[in-house]
Design a protein around this ligand. Structure first.
Ligand code: SF4
Ligand code: SF4
Length: 434
């Protein structure tokens, strides 16, 4: 997607290619699929409008203006427009590259810039530091300070994103990465050896999900290698327009997993999976093409992998629950994986899957979008929760930690009763030990 040559009013480093903005034939098929167009009815906030803005910059009809920057960050990068587009236009990816342009052409002020560098360049690339940074949050919960803060409603005095961010914190346990063995042996007849890519949000916020993923893989006959030095996949950096740090992280993970002898590389985080599958594009001038192709061919989302190899269901126990499934954008639109999580759910004995309307419509999380645009995020979330309610399901299932955080918060705030779980938590609960 990014071009290495100077294109119109884009800077040379990390600009969209001309082809990527030229493909749009302005048919409008994407318009009904775009959450920000649904919110605003504004052409410039639609996929077609965004690509037209980027094209105007490429053709020197427009400077890289504040409006282009705003639309780059207002785009959820949900990729719903890519699924709908008959011409293969990737408006979300074009906007992702434009975020990098925004950082170059219109950088934030000193304070914002320092904070951004601290998070993106010092914290996220360092798993040890990241884990240490969660200790105050765990103490905050364990010592009952969270209870006091919530009951005294003190965060209502601050900006709305702060109250929402605090409200989204799940009950925190110790990070999974230091606890998980590097090698987990296969149980029963061995079917292969897989690498497990443990994502940052998973290890910090949802350690039980990834614990269950490794356990289920082992129970399904796979030896699991979880390299403890795995770093962030780079998705948060791409989302914030820091493509250089994303490239450094991608190169590190590429080298790490290419040295690990595994048949496949599996992740249970849709955001990580989408980023890993796009390393080929991100690193095209920084790594050997053949290695990138081999790496890309090995990446699987956990549901994609288990559906592909076939689930052994003979030793599964009953789960008598009704569930509905929310499709993470980075699973269904970015990776084209819709059928597989449903197939797995349907194979759990006793489980009844009730389809919701608009299952593939975004939940309004989208990395930090849900905090930056909290009012709009609430509107997108309300639409989703209304569809969830109509199913009457007891559980709301998804496959991405960002969605899980947003949905769990939304369900609680709305006074709904559904527990929000990952597909792997259900498969883990159905999988017997021994
Ligand atoms: S982005 Fe695709 S679907 Fe949307 S107007 Fe352009 S060609 Fe049509
Ligand atoms: S990625 Fe999502 S929010 Fe962005 S233009 Fe496409 S449909 Fe709209």
């Amino acid at each position: 997607m990014p071009s290495s040559e100077k294109l119109g009013n884009f800077t040379e480093q990390d600009a969209p290619t001309y082809e990527s903005v030229l493909q749009c034939m302005r048919c409008g098929f994407c318009l009904p699929t775009c959450p920000t167009f649904a919110l605003t009815g504004r052409e410039r906030s639609s996929p077609r409008g965004r690509v037209a803005l980027a094209r105007a910059v490429a053709e020197e009809k427009l400077e890289f203006t504040v409006a282009v920057k705003q639309e780059a960050f207002f785009c959820l990068d949900c990729r719903a427009c890519t699924t709908a587009c008959p011409s293969g236009v990737k408006a979300g990816e074009v906007m992702e590259v434009c975020r990098s342009q925004a950082q170059q052409q219109s950088p934030p002020g000193h304070m914002a810039s320092s904070f951004r560098s601290f998070i993106l360049q010092r914290m996220l690339p360092d798993p040890d530091r990241l884990e240490m940074s969660m200790l105050p949050a765990r103490l905050y919960q364990k010592l009952g300070i969270q209870w006091l803060v919530r009951h005294a409603k003190v965060l209502k005095l601050g900006p709305s994103w702060m109250e929402k961010a605090e409200g989204m914190l799940p009950a925190l346990d110790a990070p999974l990465r230091p606890q998980e063995p590097e090698i987990t042996p296969a149980r029963g007849e061995k079917r292969g050896r897989v690498g497990f890519f443990l994502g940052c949000v998973m290890t910090l916020m949802y350690p039980n999900v990834s614990r269950q993923t490794v356990r289920v893989l082992a129970a399904q006959g796979f030896e699991v290698v979880t390299p403890p030095s795995t770093k962030c996949c780079g998705a948060p950096h791409l989302s914030e327009g820091d493509r250089q740090t994303a490239r450094e992280l991608a190169l590190f993970n590429l080298n790490l997993f290419m040295q690990t002898e595994v048949d496949f590389i599996v992740t249970d985080c849709a955001g990580c999976g989408a980023a890993l599958k796009e390393y080929e594009e991100l690193l095209e001038s920084a790594a050997e093409h053949d290695r990138l192709v081999v790496f890309r061919e090995k990446i699987r989302d956990i549901s994609e992998f288990l559906a592909e190899v076939g689930l052994r269901t003979e030793a599964m126990q009953l789960i008598n629950k009704t569930v509905t499934y929310h499709e993470p954008c980075h699973l269904c639109h970015a990776q084209g994986i819709s059928r597989q999580p449903r197939e797995l759910l349907k194979q759990i004995p006793g489980l009844e899957l009730r389809e919701m309307n608009e299952a593939s419509w975004c939940c309004g999380s989208a990395a930090t979008w849900g905090l930056k645009f909290s009012r709009e995020s609430q509107q997108v979330l309300d639409r989703k929760l209304n569809n969830v309610s109509q199913t009457g399901a007891e559980l709301l299932v998804t496959a991405n930690p960002g969605c899980q955080l947003q949905l769990a918060w939304g369900v609680r705030e709305a006074g709904m009763t559904q527990e929000v779980v990952h597909v792997m938590e259900l498969l883990g609960a159905a999988t017997l030990d021994g």
